[in-house]
Design a binder for this molecule. Structure first.
Ligand SMILES: *Cc1c(COP(=O)(O)O)cnc(C)c1O
Length: 422
């Protein structure tokens, strides 16, 4: 007897077909709902972005690029990828783009593999001063394959020392200079870095992963006019699905395309590219500028309130969505702070501060960011509350009663700004 459509096992909902996994989804929804997400690299994708990710595009193989695929049946996904690229180029005013990288790390890998040979010199920000794993960490492919020349911040001001960067560039003659960072709250002088790169014959690549949402909205300096190549994640401040992207001159992207496919990847994640297109569409709307402005207002308010509570903000403040908090005035390490804050439903990550006396596993700081709480709708007054909650937890970190009390208050704040359950 033929099954009717709704009884076909392939049409069962997740809840019906796999209760164990469904329960985990619900647990994660509740966790996100009741926790203050202050991890600077996280955000909350819209329902539209998530719906694009659950479409039938996940089924499609589309090795190659629009119009030049190795599989049949690509006429619809061609339109999806073209739409993503078109919106991305409109958003950043770039000539060309590749939206296929599966992550930020693989976007960076594609650029390095295009323009460097093993043993060449790559210049990027010192990891201990805010650079990313893929900017030359000895445990990452970047640090294993290339000679690394690192630039960093001035020990006094904790701002990038461009004269020193210039000196190191002249001395080490890198083939690529990477700007951008994962834990630097201030503005990069992209024009100055391009001048240094030009002088030593290097390519300037900005890894704007952290700042891409602010840049799209004109709320952070624009690297695009000063770079041959710009890479980014798509899931941080730009608020898309988890993934990567590469923008650049038509000439650079033509070369990079070959590295992404067939050099590094097989089929693109068509459903994720669809969701990237949705996110870029959202970022083109005027509301996104308001959102980006509020991210910065919230970060400034949080930094000011934390300073009032007695914390030291690295470099004295922030020009972006994030800040590094020096915890030494409170006599706690980053590791302890991350743990006890988590007890009070405040999610953060420990992070080394420049010239940190503690090991990278312990650290003296936490990194905080406002993209996710701003997506929930929180404003400056909430940041003052959050700063007080953080200070209360860290002043009373071994007092369970206080931790529970703060947890209750944090949960109440979160419930005033629901995410999934409205
Ligand atoms: C997050 C980040 C990446 C890596 O992104 P993944 O998607 O986690 O691979 C690369 N560079 C910078 C600067 C980042 O902040």
């Amino acid at each position: 007897m033929a099954m009717n459509a709704s009884s076909h096992p392939h049409r069962r909902t997740l809840a019906d077909s796999d209760p164990a996994l469904f329960e985990l989804v619900q647990r994660e929804e509740s966790r996100q709902e009741d926790n203050l997400e202050l991890i600077a690299s996280e955000n909350i994708a819209s329902l539209a972005v998530r719906q694009a990710m659950e479409t039938v595009f996940t089924d499609k193989y589309a090795e190659g690029y629009p119009g030049k695929r190795y599989y049949g049946g690509c006429e619809v996904v061609d339109e999806v990828e073209k739409l993503a690229i078109e919106r991305l180029c409109q958003l950043y005013g770039c000539e060309a783009a590749n939206v296929q990288p599966h992550s930020g790390a693989s976007a960076n890998m594609a650029v390095y593999f295009t323009f460097l040979e093993p043993g060449d010199t790559l210049m990027a920000m010192n990891l201990a001063h805010g650079g990313h794993l893929t900017h030359g960490s000895p445990v990452n492919f970047s640090g294993k394959l290339y000679k690394i020349a690192a630039y960093g911040v001035d020990p006094e001001t904790e701002l990038i020392d461009y004269d020193e960067m210039h000196r190191i560039a002249v001395e080490s003659k890198p083939k690529i200079i990477v700007s951008g960072a994962t834990a630097y709250s201030r503005e990069f002088d992209f024009k100055r870095i391009k001048e240094i790169a030009d002088e030593v014959g290097a390519l300037h690549m900005c890894d704007m992963s952290h700042y891409s949402g602010l840049i799209a909205a004109g709320e952070y300096p624009d690297p695009v006019p000063h770079c041959q190549v710009v890479t980014s994640t798509t899931h941080k401040s730009i608020r898309g699905p988890r993934g990567g992207m590469i923008l650049g001159t038509a000439e650079a992207i033509k070369q990079i395309n070959k590295t992404v496919f067939p050099g590094l990847q097989g089929g693109p994640l068509c459903h994720v590219i669809a969701a990237k297109a949705v996110a870029f569409g959202e970022a083109l709307r005027p509301e996104f500028k308001t959102y980006a402005q509020q991210i910065k207002k919230n970060a400034a308010a949080l930094a000011a309130a934390l300073t009032q509570e007695g914390f030291r903000i690295v470099s004295g403040g922030t020009d972006s969505h994030m800040m590094l908090v020096d915890l030494r005035p409170f006599g706690v390490t980053g590791k302890l702070a991350q743990e006890v804050l988590e007890h009070a439903n405040i999610t953060t990550n420990k992070n080394a501060i420049p010239n940190d006396p503690e090991s990278p596993f312990v650290t003296s700081g936490v990194r905080l960011g406002t993209p996710a709480v701003t997506t929930r709708g929180m404003v400056e007054a909430d940041m003052a509350f959050i700063a007080r909650a953080i200070a209360t937890v860290l002043r009373n970190h071994s007092d369970e009663g206080t931790l529970n009390k703060v947890k209750a208050e944090v949960t109440e704040l979160c419930r005033r700004y629901p995410i999934h359950k409205f």
